[in-house]
Design a protein around this ligand. Structure first.
Ligand code: GLV
Ligand code: MN
Ligand code: MN
Length: 407
């Protein structure tokens, strides 16, 4: 029993046209028209595959293939939204491999005891609406529906209004549900599998993630007549914070990473001293205590930078997901599947967040990684060869058969 690589590739090429950038990447921000078109395409394919499709109040899409018994389903999912000028593999590959697994089960007339459900989660990236994984967060009961609805994008547009506008504000409650397991195939987005020439990553868990928002307020003034003395430049303070954030991992742990990815300068013109800056801080570490230590260092760095420039600051640590080990049974099923296929595999920890992280709080969860060329992701250069995807997709198929119990 194997997946059909040509069919998978054809679906990938077709879906990848929606939101494609001139350089062959993808810009398909959550709940935009491009996201709607990708969702519509997926829903049509899911219905063609005989799945019972439903949409919940967060716009998560589910397609269920019946089992032979009334048991909780094995859920296979990922997302179809992307970051701006991102790649075609992040998220999209996972939902299409899940679809291909279901198509292959149909072709083989395979019955499973547990139903198998394909899931597509809303706004996984957190690029348009923060935080990331917001819809699996609501499903898992970790984020309040109201808070998610009121998340706004850069233009102040609310998530709930966009859900409604694109026709994906569904009727199903977005609450924890009984699941046999949750399994997600994804690109690694890092260099390890490629470096070791392994095609399958048996994911053991995901690092802890913390997101903070910082606003620095100085004094906006004319860039010409205002002497250098006494300036209160919000951007100068921000620059100090950026350098300090870069230095945090060196003070905490070898595994920690820290990133300022977003900076909004106001008024952002050549001839005014910046009056305010808003910025993001992303901190990640496999260890919860180290994350807490890093946040204390961040607090101190912000205070110091603000004091030395005489600006005020407002720092909010608004999102945190603890380090998440995956369930031994699911990790084992993935490992056995990779072994049965004779695929070169290794155990691996994810440095990226995934919906699997929230799903792991309500059911046994796990993930399968396939290699990323040059370890690159969240960029247009993202790429994985089909020879590498095929063993990963077959691992997903065999692990699903084990967890759903083929009859
Ligand atoms: C999701 O892409 C993340 O930020 O890890
Ligand atoms: Mn992803
Ligand atoms: Mn991503």
């Amino acid at each position: 029993m194997r997946i059909d690589r040509n069919r998978l590739e054809a679906a990938f090429n077709e879906l990848g046209k929606i939101g494609e950038t001139p350089n062959g990447g993808l810009t398909r921000l959550a709940l935009t028209d491009a996201d709607r078109r990708a969702r519509d395409r997926m829903v049509a394919w899911m219905k063609e595959a005989g799945l019972r499709v439903s949409v919940d109040r967060m716009g998560n899409i589910f397609g269920e293939r019946s089992g032979t018994e009334a048991l909780p389903p094995v859920m296979l999912g990922s997302h179809v939204d992307s970051v701006p000028t991102g790649g075609k593999y992040d998220g999209q590959l996972g939902v299409l491999c899940a679809l291909e697994v279901i198509r292959s089960l149909n072709d083989g007339d395979i019955r499973t005891r547990h139903p198998v459900t394909l899931s597509i989660f809303t706004n996984e990236e957190g690029a348009r609406f923060q935080p990331a994984m917001i819809a699996s967060g609501v499903l898992a009961g970790k984020i309040a529906l109201e808070d998610a609805y009121n998340a706004t994008d850069r233009d102040g547009i609310r998530l709930v209004d966009e859900l409604e506008r694109i026709g994906y504000l569904g009727p199903e409650p977005c609450v924890p549900r009984p699941l046999r397991a949750y399994l997600e195939l994804h690109i690694e987005q890092g260099p390890l599998l490629e470096e070791e020439e392994r095609s399958v990553g048996v994911v053991e868990g995901i690092v802890g993630i913390s997101w903070s928002r910082l606003t620095l307020r100085g004094i906006q003034d004319h860039a010409g007549p205002t002497p250098m003395r006494g300036r209160r430049d919000a951007l100068v303070a921000a620059a100090e914070v950026v350098r300090a954030v870069r230095a945090i991992p060196g003070q905490v742990s070898a595994a920690m990473v820290a990133t300022v990815g977003r900076l909004e300068v106001s008024p952002n013109i050549p001839n005014a001293i910046p009056g305010s800056v808003r910025m993001s801080v992303d901190l990640r570490d496999p260890n919860e205590e180290q994350l807490t230590r890093a946040l204390a260092l961040l607090d101190r760095a912000v205070k110091n930078a603000a004091a030395s420039e005489g600006v005020s600051h407002e720092l909010t640590h608004y999102w945190r997901v603890p380090p998440t080990p995956f369930h031994p049974e699911v990790v084992g099923a993935v490992e056995r599947a990779a072994q049965a296929l004779g695929a070169r595999h290794r155990r691996i920890l994810s440095g990226a967040g995934h919906d699997a992280q929230y799903m792991a709080t309500i059911c046994p969860a796990g993930m399968i990684f396939v290699p990323s060329r040059n370890g690159r992701s969240h960029c247009e250069e993202e790429f994985t060869a089909w020879e590498e995807i095929e063993p990963g997709a077959n691992t997903l198929l065999l692990a699903t058969l084990e967890l759903a119990q083929q009859v």
